[in-house]
Design a protein around this ligand. Sequence first.
Ligand SMILES: [Zn+2]
Length: 146
Amino acid sequence: MHDSDQSAATGPDPVLCDLCGVAAPPASQLFSLVPDSSVIHPYDPEQDGLRRLVACGPDHLGELRQQYRQRPYVKEELWAGKIARALGSQPDLDEEELAEVTGLNFLQIERTLTWESERFLSDQTPPGEHERPGDAPGTTDDKGAS
Ligand SMILES: [Zn+2]
């Protein structure tokens, strides 16, 4: 005679719905992969650009998928993430090594850099006039002028 111990000591972490944050019971959990160019997997390039959605039921899964369908998928954003990941672990890669590690070609890397600087500039809203070097006051100290 022995009791069967059915309560496992280590249960899985509760899975939270991406939409409402409720811990969904395993029976009603739903998963879906959607394209998302801002997602970069920590180490597996095969999973870059894919977001795994978790929902507590079909309604919320449908709503989440709808949200990501409206999000623009920008290839340069994905490439920028791949480059950042590569440089994060190996900061002194040259361009050739970077291409090899990221799986991108030089053209794609160049387009990514252009895209990033354009995005940077549009975020910054630069001032209309640039200060000219040498135009700063106090640099000339000509006492005998007048
Ligand atoms: Zn939900």
